[in-house]
Each structure stands twice: as structure tokens, then as C-alpha cells.
Ligand binder design. Structure first.
Ligand code: ADP
Ligand code: MG
Length: 599
């Protein structure tokens, strides 16, 4: 455990960069502050000695006032230095946390885009952000307190030698027992129990979040809270773990710890009672009383120092789990960037014997797929759900890298291109296209930040968004998702198309949405498609076969394989999967006409 803690701090200081020195300065100042804080007690001892020596004629104790002032100055200096120490450690802690955020974000920028499919970017950011701020307390307070408390223990041992070792030892003994009790709660086999307790707590809070997310389902299906078995079990598990840890492990050590922390003088009084008779008989009674007064007052600061160690230990654990979460982000796979980037010759696309298996899947989602789209051609990917269409399309902009084979753009393997150049070549509109909570203008402009307002307006118009802008209160400047401004799925799709049109890239990858079947939207989306695809190489995933009739080439993907390939006319003649799909499609259209859905 000790080993691990050291390395946690080392990891954390690694993020501090140049601010590491400031941390060390802060720690030194914290130690100095503790020493300064102990000096007033020596002044008290000196004053007490002088007073007892001259008693009862206190007017002869000339130096007492001086000691009082010294004590005051040392206390003040201690506070000022401690303040300075915390300034240093806080500055370093904030800078370290911001470095962690920056490095984490920089790392995430290098991960393949597909990574965010299974790890929502918002959650990742929250994870990073939360974990970074959880390290602050350790660097800002806990480390300084640990150093301060360690200094105090050394100081105590020194003072023990200087004044009366027997009374000193009795103070120290109480402190040692209290620390030992504290560590039995966290060390050895109890560490595992504490880990289980914390894991149960974590699990319960996650199950709670799931529960809140599921409330709509509960309401719709008239279920009760008890249907959330997972949440109930998590609570019960937590209460069981909490009880077994607190009652089974903490009960005795925590009582011992608190008794000896709050009653640091517990051995001091009996020790003094034992020593007193001898002091009387040897004539050193005055000195004995002075020493006793010193230790009685001094023992009070022991409990403060112990409480600080306690907080520090919990700060360490918090930081340790936070660092674990930070490591998860930092260890996310990154996209390999080539050293010798090549430029694509044109905007043709070719899949050469491509296979791709998702992480953890036992079947390839794409299995030895080959096809090509010549510059300017439109190639449609069709086939049953789960056939691998979306996966194939996402290999082009390197959302993922192929497991086997090659994806070529302009004759160059996408892995041999500068990722920025590749991204400039491709505009993509995916099923789950995400609009940010920003104005429509900013959402569209994201494709080309330097675009003028007029260009954005033209793109929106080309994407058939005029009706959307008309009905929104602030037109293009309306914030999407703000109160009262909601866009339907089809409308969002059109705004996403405007974004792709504005990008004006030579290659377009389109994953057509299935869900937006209202005919008005469909017609508008088709028009927007037509503008977007004109004069470009297009890979289009189509769910309505009406869209693919005019494609130069149709690829039927089934279970990761190319089942059929050809033009609409060719495939319609074959008695294969496409023909069946076409017949089904026509039936559904007839049905829609019959029910009056299509005009
Ligand atoms: P389609 O777009 O043709 O419906 P997909 O390309 O989405 O098909 O899916 C192909 C296969 O890959 C399916 O079996 C699907 O379950 C799997 N798959 C899709 N996305 C992921 C993912 N992010 N992780 C793991 N498996 C996935
Ligand atoms: Mg799909």
C-alpha cells in the first residue's frame, strides 16, 4: 500500500510539470510553519519557568513580557508562513489539475472517432474533469498537512529529549496508539473490506443514476420502484458492506483512535503523578511543574495534527481512485499517424479485401469486402440491418482502422494520409448526427469556421432549411435545444446536411436516417441530397430504395459480406436479395398509398 501511494504522488507530480518545484517549496514552508507553531510553546515553558522561580514575587520575572511577545510573533509568523505554503500548493494543485485536463483532452483528440461511439464524449469529459478536481485536495492540502504532521512528530521527539522524556514519551505514546488504530482500519485485510465498501457505494450511485434515467419507462409501463431490482439490490448491498466495515472493522479502532486523539494527555497525568513525589524529594519540583505545564498545553496540538493525517489519508484514497479514472482516459487507444503522409490523387474510393472486427466481438462486422467508387460516382450500400453498412462507411474517415485489407482514397491507403487532409476530403452525415446546443449558424459553420454568414445561409437554403429558419424566433441565430426551440428528427437531418454542403468536400459519406418517414420531410431531404451529392464521389447508405435507383452502383451487404453488386436494373433482374428487397419496398409503398400516407 505504501508503495502504491508513493507512486500515486509521483504520477500526480508528473502532471505538475514546472509547478513541481512550487509544490516542494510549499511543503518546505509547511514544515517551517509547523516549527514556528511549536516555538510559542517553548516560550510558554520559559515564561512558566521564570514565574515559578520567582514566585510569589512575580515583579521579579522581568523577561516574561518578552517571552509573551516572542510567542505572539512566532504564532503570527507560523500563520503567515502556513498561508504562504498553502498559496504555493494551491497554485501548483490548480495548475496540475488544468494540465491533467489539457493532456487528457489532447489525448482524446488523437483517439479514433469511433471510440466516442462506445464512450460518450460528454461522459469522458466529465470523468476527466471530475477526476482532475479530485486530485486538487491532495496536492493543495493533504501533502502539506502530511509534511506538517511529520515535522510535528519529529519536533515532539526533540522536545521530549529537551524537557522531560518521561512526560514527553507519555504524550507521544497516546499519539502513536491513535495513529496505529487509524491504520488498522485501512491496512492489511481491512483494506480489502474498505475497498468493497467503497465499491458498493460507487455501484449504488451508478444504479441510482440508471434508476433516474429509467423513470419514464417506469411511468409508461406503470411499474413500481420495486421493478428496479438492480437499484434495490445495490442499496441493500451497500448497507450490508457499510455495516460489516463499520461494525466489524471500525468500531474498536475508531473508538481507540478518537479516545487517544481527544485525550492526548491520558498518559501524561498518571506519569506526572508518578514523577511528582521524586521531584519533590530531589528539590526539582519547580522544574517538574514547568515541564508538566508545557506538555499539558502542548498535547492539544497533537490532536490537530492527527486529525490532519486522517484527512490526508482519505485525500490519498480519493486521489488514487481519481488517478485510476484519469489513467483510463490517458490509456484510450490513439489513431496512428503516419510519418510520411501521401496526398490522394483524386476522390475515388476503394475497399480492398477489407475486414473489420469490433473490439470484443467474436465475428467480423465486415468480412473481406471489396468494391470501388470511381471519382464522381454514387455508390449505394444496402442490405439488412446489421449487415455492416454503417461500419463500412465509418472505415473511410477512419472512425476505426481496418483489421485486414485496405481502404484507399484517391489511391492512397487512408492510414498513409495526414488525418487532417483525409478529413478535408470527406463530409459525412451519419444517422446519429449530433447537433450541438448552439445556434443553427454555429452548428452549420462548424464544418468550415471561416465561412461567412451569407455562405452559411446559402448552405441552409440548399439543404431545404428555409422553412425551419422562418418558424424559429431568431432565425439562424436561434439556439437549438433552448427553451421552446425543438427540431424534429427530419429537421435535424436537414441542418446536418447543410453542414455537409457548407464543407464542400469532394467525397460525401451519407448514412441516411431510417426513422423520419413523414413524406414532407422525405421530399425535402431528397432535394437536399441532390444538391449535396452533385459532382462528388458519394457513398450512400440508403434505407428507402427509391433513393438508390439512380446510383451508379449498388452493393448489397449481408452479414459483413458483399452479397450482390451491380446497377438497379441489373440487380432487379437477378433473383437475389436485392430483388426481394425491391419487391418488399414496392409493397410497402403501395400500402402507404392505400392508407393515404403518401400523396
Ligand atoms: P448496418 O449499418 O448494416 O445496420 P452495422 O455496421 O451498424 O450494420 O453493424 C454491423 C455489425 O457490427 C452488427 O452485428 C452490429 O451489432 C455490430 N456493431 C455495430 N457497431 C458496433 C460497435 N460500436 N461495437 C460493437 N459491435 C458493433
Ligand atoms: Mg447502420
Amino acid at each position: 500500500m505504501q508503495e502504491k501511494k508513493k507512486s500515486d504522488i509521483a504520477v500526480l507530480l508528473g502532471y505538475a510539470g514546472n509547478y513541481k518545484r512550487l509544490t516542494f517549496l510549499g511543503l518546505k514552508l509547511s514544515a517551517l510553519a509547523m516549527i514556528l507553531g511549536m516555538l510559542p510553546y517553548i516560550c510558554i515553558w520559559l515564561a512558566a519557568r521564570d514565574l515559578i522561580a520567582v514566585a510569589p514575587d512575580f515583579t521579579r520575572a522581568a523577561d516574561v513580557g518578552k517571552y509573551g511577545w516572542l510567542a505572539f510573533i512566532f504564532s503570527l509568523a507560523g500563520i503567515v508562513v502556513y498561508f504562504a505554503a498553502l498559496m504555493c500548493t494551491h497554485l501548483a494543485a490548480f495548475r496540475t489539475a488544468s494540465n491533467i485536463r489539457k493532456q487528457g483532452m489532447a489525448h482524446l483528440m488523437k483517439t479514433p472517432l469511433g471510440f466516442f461511439d462506445s464512450n460518450a464524449s460528454g461522459l469522458l469529459r466529465n470523468k476527466l474533469d471530475g477526476a482532475a478536481s479530485e486530485t486538487e485536495t491532495l496536492l493543495a492540502h493533504n501533502l502539506a498537512d502530511i509534511v506538517g504532521s511529520a515535522t510535528m512528530f519529529i519536533g515532539m521527539i526533540v522536545l521530549m529529549m529537551v524537557f522531560d522524556w518521561r512526560m514527553g514519551l507519555s504524550c507521544l505514546l497516546a499519539a502513536v496508539i491513535s495513529v496505529a488504530a487509524m491504520f488498522t482500519m485501512m491496512g492489511g485485510k481491512n483494506a480489502a473490506l474498505m475497498g468493497e465498501y467503497q465499491a458498493a457505494q460507487d455501484h449504488m450511485s451508478k444504479a441510482g443514476t440508471e434508476y433516474v434515467r429509467g423513470i419514464p419507462v417506469v411511468k409508461v409501463f406503470q411499474q413500481t420502484v420495486y421493478s428496479f431490482k438492480a437499484f434495490k439490490e445495490a442499496i441493500e448491498d451497500y448497507s450490508k458492506k457499510a455495516e460489516s466495515y463499520t461494525v466489524g472493522v471500525c468500531q474498536v479502532p475508531q473508538s481507540v483512535n478518537l479516545t487517544f486523539t481527544e485525550g492526548a494527555f491520558i498518559f501524561l497525568v498518571p506519569a506526572a503523578v508518578l514523577i511528582a513525589p521524586r521531584a519533590l524529594s530531589t528539590g526539582n519540583f519547580a522544574e517538574f511543574v514547568t515541564d508538566f505545564a508545557f506538555y499539558a498545553v502542548f498535547s492539544a496540538i497533537v490532536s490537530t495534527a492527527l486529525a490532519r493525517i486522517m484527512f490526508a489519508a482519505s485525500g490519498m484514497m480519493l486521489a488514487s481512485t481519481a488517478l485510476g479514472r484519469i489513467a483510463q482516459v490517458m490509456e484510450a487507444p490513439v489513431l496512428k499517424v503516419t510519418d510520411a503522409p501521401k496526398k490522394p490523387a483524386d476522390n475515388g474510393i476503394e475497399f480492398k479485401n477489407v475486414s473489420f472486427t469490433y473490439d470484443g466481438a467474436d465475428m467480423p462486422a465486415i468480412d473481406h469486402v471489396s468494391f470501388c467508387a470511381d471519382p464522381g460516382q454514387t455508390v449505394a450500400l444496402v442490405g439488412p440491418s446489421g449487415g455492416g453498412k454503417t461500419t463500412a462507411a465509418s472505415l473511410i474517415p477512419r472512425f476505426w482502422d481496418v483489421t485486414e485489407g485496405q481502404v484507399l482514397v484517391g489511391g492512397v491507403d487512408v492510414r498513409d494520409m495526414d488525418p487532417h487532409v483525409l478529413m478535408e476530403q470527406i463530409a459525412f452525415v451519419f444517422q446519429n448526427n449530433r447537433l450541438f446546443k448552439a445556434s443553427i449558424y454555429d452548428n452549420v459553420r462548424a464544418a468550415r469556421p471561416e465561412a461567412s454568414k451569407e455562405e452559411v445561409r446559402k448552405a441552409l437554403s440548399a439543404a431545404q432549411c428555409d422553412d425551419i429558419l422562418e418558424k424559429l424566433p431568431d432565425g439562424m441565430d436561434t439556439i437549438i435545444g433552448a427553451k421552446g426551440t425543438y427540431l424534429s428528427g427530419g429537421e435535424q437531418q436537414r441542418v446536418a446536411l447543410a453542414r455537409a454542403i457548407l464543407k464542400d468536400a469532394p467525397i460525401v459519406v451519407l448514412d441516411e436516417a431510417t426513422a423520419f418517414a413523414d413524406p414532407e420531410n422525405e421530399a425535402l431531404i431528397q432535394k437536399a441530397f441532390a444538391t449535396l451529392t452533385k459532382g462528388r464521389t458519394v457513398i450512400m447508405i440508403a434505407h428507402r430504395l427509391s433513393t438508390v435507383v439512380g446510383a451508379d452502383k449498388i452493393i448489397v451487404l449481408d452479414q459483413g459480406h458483399v452479397a450482390e453488386e451491380g446497377s438497379h436494373e441489373e440487380l432487379k433482374e437477378k433473383k437475389g436479395m436485392y430483388r426481394r428487397m425491391w419487391e418488399d419496398y414496392n409493397k410497402s409503398v403501395k400500402w402507404r398509398i392505400a392508407t393515404g400516407e403518401v400523396n
